[in-house]
Design a protein around this ligand. Structure first.
Ligand code: COA
Length: 329
């Protein structure tokens, strides 16, 4: 009998309906242009949550879709892992609000903080819980309301991010399908290249913090760009090696959607042609840890990931953190 795997039994997504185009930024008085944004990032528009649309609400919407596709009832979920950099409240975890909203009464629920890499980190944790017998059904969600933490006066950051949520149900399989390999790394010496300086316990909210906007995202774009290409390329190599595969064996690569130039460089390094790379950064911008599950769910819905397809997922984010995973569907 083959070894057990943690497999994907269903995916889902939830996207706010409001769209903000590149042209809208100029109308808002920001000194930028559609041409600049599209050329440097590949982003044309992003979805933005409106008043009343919360991280919890988007997470629960994506979770419901994933549970329905997996034919899982709320009381069958053992663990809810919510990856987010934008929890609705700092205490308690937003995952428990999601649990309450879903009625997943038997579940344990917690947030996971690894920025854009968080969903792959969460899948790793979920796989571990399944393989060590702690859980049979794990719900892994990535949900972000980045619009709440970006500085809308900073043209070098606010144009790249967007809101949304994606989710998957993981369950044990013995049919050689599921997570074949995974890889995770962090480098905290580079934390200050992409961060929110204040608003946490070390520098709580105050009038001074509000005045200098240091509770909002700050990013050294060029350094982050270089590190993202380097780290995602390395991560792709490591997960492929561990699965004993090369780029030629991959049916679909689903990279973190931060910047189309980062995606193209990573795909080139892994020797995967762009027609096998899922790209939706043009429509969503960077939705942080929601980006891979949203892209995966779209690709599944469009029939682009058939039974038996081998998929490489690879990501990079604040921390820095980076991760990759090879999955057989
Ligand atoms: N519109 C117009 N000009 C802009 C701009 C905007 N939205 N944002 C920045 N600029 C300007 C800068 O002010 C700078 O002007 P200067 O030369 O007069 O000082 C110039 O463009 C170049 O800035 P730079 O930051 O070097 O541009 P870039 O080519 O590196 O592009 C990013 C900026 C943010 C698009 C790019 O660095 C990037 O995508 N980085 C990675 C971001 C990322 O993926 N983050 C998340 C990781 S999970």
């Amino acid at each position: 009998m083959s070894r057990p795997y943690a497999q994907f039994s269903g995916t889902g997504r939830s996207i706010p309906s409001k769209i903000l185009t590149n042209h809208d930024f100029s109308k808002m008085g920001l000194e930028t242009s559609h041409e600049w944004i599209i050329e440097r990032t590949g982003i044309a528009e992003r979805h933005i949550a409106q008043d009343g649309e919360t991280t919890c609400g988007m997470a629960a919407g994506a979770a419901r879709e994933a549970m329905q596709r997996a034919r899982v009832q709320p009381d069958e979920v053992d663990v809810i892992i919510l990856s987010t950099a934008t929890p609705d409240r700092l205490l308690p975890a937003t995952a428990v609000d999601v649990q309450a909203e879903l009625g997943a009464s038997r579940a344990s629920a917690f947030d996971l903080s690894a920025a854009c890499s968080g969903w792959l980190y969460g899948l790793n944790v979920g796989e571990g819980l399944i393989l060590n017998g702690t859980a049979e059904t794990v719900l892994v969600i990535g949900a972000e309301k980045m619009s709440a933490i970006v500085d809308w006066t900073d043209r070098s950051t606010c144009v790249v991010f967007g809101d949304g949520a994606g989710a998957a149900i993981l369950q044990k399989s013995r049919n050689n399908r599921g997570i074949l390999s995974s890889y995770m790394r962090s480098d905290g010496t580079l934390a200050d290249l992409l961060f929110r300086p204040a608003g946490g316990a070390s520098l709580p909210m105050s009038e001074a913090v509000l005045a200098d906007r240091s509770h909002l995202v700050r990013m050294a774009g060029r350094e982050v760009f270089k590190a993202a290409v380097r780290s995602m390329s390395e991560a792709a190599d490591r997960a492929l090696e561990a699965a004993n595969l090369t780029g030629h064996d991959i049916d679909m690569m689903i990279p973190h959607q931060a910047n189309v130039r980062i995606i193209e460089a990573t795909a080139k390094h892994a020797d995967i042609p762009m027609d096998k790379v899922y790209v939706n950064v043009d429509r969503f911008g960077n939705t942080s840890s929601a980006s891979i599950p949203i892209a995966l769910d779209e690709a599944m819905e469009r029939g682009q990931i058939g039974e038996g397809a081998t998929v490489l997922m690879v990501t990079f984010g604040a921390g820095f953190t980076w991760a990759s995973m090879v999955v057989r569907f």
